[in-house]
Design a protein around this ligand. Structure first.
Ligand code: HEM
Length: 190
């Protein structure tokens, strides 16, 4: 086995895994469903028409972080309960705080993107629900951090965290439905 691999601690390995996961999640930008009804107020090459719209484009970069970090927090919390190794609780504390901080620019850039774009038909309703879910996710993430910092691994933290996990997943699903179409997560027909 390579020396670098032998000397790698679990700590370093998990941090590397987190970084690789984030990079991987960024490799699939620029996707639009066929027959798209949604139009960004931009020219045909997708070039933004205003600085607000340009900034809003960062929503598509940042949104992966809250999703990945919140799910990673859940994974790390489970590992802590299972293995009782404090490295996992330290790690989930960091990922949860990072997720909560990153939901703020994610939601702000999302609002910028929404209000500089045109959504019609089904997309209009979907983006409205996505907006509500995104704001709820941001609020919940901040509350969950506050609960964890003040009560630790309490029952109330567990319940609040599960609500956050559900909320971020619904937000991501709705966002994906606007971008790719409402049936994006349906099972294939055949
Ligand atoms: C934690 C909060 C949020 C998360 C996790 C999130 C997640 C997502 C996801 C997964 C997508 C699909 C992106 C793609 O892969 O193409 C998306 C798109 C989008 N989101 Fe959010 N979002 C959040 C908050 C918001 C908020 C508050 C708004 C405000 C309306 C918003 C507006 C948008 C817009 C305009 C799009 C692009 C839709 C399109 O034209 O394709 N997001 N978001």
């Amino acid at each position: 086995m390579a020396d670098w691999l032998k000397s790698m601690t679990l700590n370093k390995f998990l941090i590397l895994l987190l970084v690789m996961l984030s990079v991987q999640l960024h490799c699939d930008e620029q996707h639009r469903k066929p027959n798209v009804q949604t139009e960004m107020a931009a020219d045909s090459n997708g070039r933004p028409e205003s600085w607000i719209q340009w900034l809003g484009g960062f929503h598509l970069l940042l949104l992966h972080f809250p999703i990945a970090l919140i799910w990673f927090t859940g994974f790390s919390d489970l590992m802590y309960r299972w293995m009782k190794n404090p490295i996992y609780s330290a790690m989930s504390r960091i990922t949860l705080i990072a997720a909560a901080i990153l939901t703020i620019p994610t939601a702000i850039f999302g609002l910028m993107l929404k209000f500089t774009s045109t959504f019609e038909g089904a997309d209009e309703a979907l983006i409205f629900y996505h907006l509500i879910a995104g704001i709820i996710t941001m609020g919940l993430a901040l509350i969950v951090v506050w609960i964890r910092e003040s009560t630790g691994f309490s029952k109330i933290y567990g319940i609040a965290f599960i609500l956050l996990l559900i909320s971020v997943s619904i937000t991501g699903y709705l966002g994906g439905s606007v971008s790719f179409g409402p049936e994006v997560m349906y099972f294939p027909k055949s």
